[in-house]
Design a protein. Structure first.
Length: 311
């Protein structure tokens, strides 16, 4: 089995990583995967695993880099061969890129993915969740995003439709959960707390992929500031990789005993959190994230066509 891209992430706990001079071997329980050593240019180890010295030695001899992350996807350090020169060309291309070329597709795809989820919810619950004129407005904004000419307008419309999306979602959820809109910390209702957990996991998976591709996670196109490129990438992935799961739990699986809300914060029960983590691991598609990062990298380095994956 070969890697789809030159970086290879290993997530979770309990893996055994070793290597011969020809191949890298990663075992998780009864699942064993083998990769040609020369095709692995960047091994990304996330969480807690057993790393054999054979893997370290043979990867470094083959010119590969090994980067270590906390379980949440925060990079903590790396190993590299003597004389290794980091790939500066991709970050140079990233700094020189015209943000608008990438920001517009990110914004359009983010709205489209959310519209698809809202319309799918309408069909599944058998009721109209839109107030008069809302759906027409969202489609109008989608068309405006496709021709918008300024970064300021792209960002404004993206924030506006994001706020509307969560308010519309709230109408599909039990009112006793207290969710009205997406809020910042501290989270006072269980739905916002579930969103936060899912988005944190998605953020970590995406950050790992960007580091593997030698891109700067803090140099975004649509978003600005720390982690801005991560937020760009996950904008169109949230609906299918996180939001669907949160909605299912909120509508079908959560009960009063699964959370405790006080004046300062809402706490999720440990059992519920564990169930959510398992569900998010199933719904967050790392191969899709890796593919999106590869598309971005190729567009930056090779001036290849750029497009955003959604749904």
């Amino acid at each position: 089995m070969t890697a789809m891209q030159p970086w290879l992430p290993v997530f979770g706990y309990g893996g055994h990583i070793k290597a011969t001079t020809q191949e890298l071997v990663i075992a998780h329980g009864t699942d064993t995967r083998r990769y040609p050593l020369q095709e692995v240019k960047h091994l990304l180890i996330v969480g807690g695993h057993t790393l054999h010295t054979s893997a370290v030695t043979n990867l470094l001899k083959a010119g590969a880099v090994i980067t270590f992350f906390d379980i949440d996807g925060t990079p903590v350090g790396h190993l590299s061969p003597y004389g290794y020169q980091p790939e500066v060309d991709v970050r140079t291309a990233q700094r020189r890129a015209t943000p608008y070329r990438f920001a517009q597709p990110f914004a359009v795809a983010g709205l489209r993915s959310r519209l698809l989820l809202l319309e799918d919810l309408c069909g599944r619950i058998g009721q109209d969740i839109f107030y008069a004129g809302e759906l027409d407005f969202l489609y109008q904004v989608r068309d405006e995003l496709a021709v918008s000419v300024t970064m300021e307008e792209l960002r404004r419309l993206s924030r506006l439709t994001g706020d509307m999306y969560y308010e519309i979602l709230s109408r599909t959820l039990p009112p006793e959960l207290g969710f009205r809109r997406r809020t910042s910390r501290p989270y006072l209702d269980p739905v916002n707390a579930m969103f936060a957990l899912g988005y944190a996991m998605l953020y970590g998976n995406c950050c790992v992929s960007l580091v593997g591709a030698h891109l700067d996670p803090d140099l975004g196109m649509l978003h600005e500031g720390a982690g801005s490129l991560v937020y760009d990438i996950i904008e169109s992935q949230k609906a299918v990789m996180v939001d669907r799961t949160v909605i299912r739990f909120a509508r079908e699986e959560i009960s009063e005993g699964d959370y405790e809300c006080g004046e300062k914060r809402c706490y999720l029960d440990g059992n519920l959190s564990s169930q959510l983590v398992k569900a998010f691991r199933d719904s967050i598609d790392q191969s899709r994230i890796d593919l999106q990062v590869q598309i971005l990298r190729d567009a930056l380095l090779k001036n290849a066509e750029f497009h955003v994956l959604y749904w």
